[in-house]
Design a protein around this ligand. Structure first.
Ligand code: SAM
Length: 72
């Protein structure tokens, strides 16, 4: 597991990380997240950037990363 990057912003209550959510979440220790606030792209609807979430070939492939993140 790679080391958690420096937060983009933080104060005594919260830290904001900038990056691909799949990579940032993978850097976080298991069980270290209390709450996830997310607004992911709809599947197959909008193109924001190359390699973005939401452009998976199937709905199942779209749901899987979110399910895995929530499960850890
Ligand atoms: C539905 S929009 C979010 C809209 C935002 N909540 C608002 O109120 O303006 C989805 C966003 O997810 C970003 N995004 C797509 N794939 C991502 C990823 N793998 N990691 C982090 N952000 C991603 C897109 O660039 C886009 O800005």
């Amino acid at each position: 597991m790679s080391e958690l990057r420096e937060p983009y912003w933080h104060d005594e209550h919260a830290a904001l990380y900038h990056g691909d959510a799949r990579e940032v979440l993978a850097e976080m220790d298991e069980g270290s997240v209390d709450c996830i606030v997310t607004s992911p792209p709809y599947w197959g609807l909008r193109h924001y950037c190359e390699g973005q979430y939401g452009q998976e070939p199937t709905p199942e492939a779209y749901v899987e990363p979110g399910r895995r993140s929530a499960a850890t």
